[in-house]
Design a protein around this ligand. Sequence first.
Ligand code: AMP
Length: 280
Amino acid sequence: MFYLLKCFIQMKILINKNDLNEALNSVSNLGFVPTMGGLHRGHISLIERSKKECNRTLVSIFVNPTQFNNTKDYNRYPRNKKKDLSILRKLKVDFVFLPSNKDIYDSKRKIKIKISKKDKILCAKYRKGHFEGVIDVMDRLTRMIKPKKIFMGEKDFQQLYLIKNYFKKRNKSKIISCKTIRDNHQLALSSRNMLLDKKGLFIARSISKNLISFKKKMSTAVNIKKKIAQKKKELNVFDNIKIEYLELRNKFDLKKTLKIKNSKVFIGYYLNDVRLIDNF
Ligand code: AMP
């Protein structure tokens, strides 16, 4: 009976803080999936996990201006509200939160996010202010929504690592890590893939395949430092590519390592002017 009732309950679209407070008034065991829209199967996997583990699921769509260190990147970030809402409706999500900048940034907040020197690595080294913006918006959203669990993707591994560490001491919500979803050619799904042309997509897929097999072979490799430097050189010959980093790091503390055990290969690169990241 309860199941039947749930099927008929429509997805609630919450367009401001008041809507949010009203809708969540008596909701417990809420799962939260924060997104910037441009929804794909990666986002969908987080939503499905939330639906499995929580009574209700809320998805937010907010292209957060403060995490973009480049206005052009912010302006052209893929936005398709109509398509996103139709995907969320089909998934029978309970709530969609579509806040405005004002809803998020109007509160008098004194907390200032600082990334420690040891964490200014990988993307934090190349995107000044990016993670400060991400942690700040996640903290603001979480204080408004008060979810039991937050579902986030390993695709953005450093983001997951920093948010987990920040939330550990300050927040009751539990961060749940979810596996990276890839297309049939091993490329991690990303809203930014929509900005690639056919050739760019081909190159990005080749890089993913290449790095997956590189990581596999590495378990028996000697002189790992040299192998990584060689690989970086080899990938740099693709047309219009600029690799920011290609590094092996420990997956628990993100320290640079030459040991394969518990490590991941991290890459951040530009293809034309589209910035892509992944880890293997
Ligand atoms: P975004 O909309 O890009 O800010 O991503 C919202 C959430 O979806 C983040 O927690 C991402 O890590 C996650 N995500 C993005 N792409 C993928 C993917 N291919 N597989 C799994 N999770 C993903």
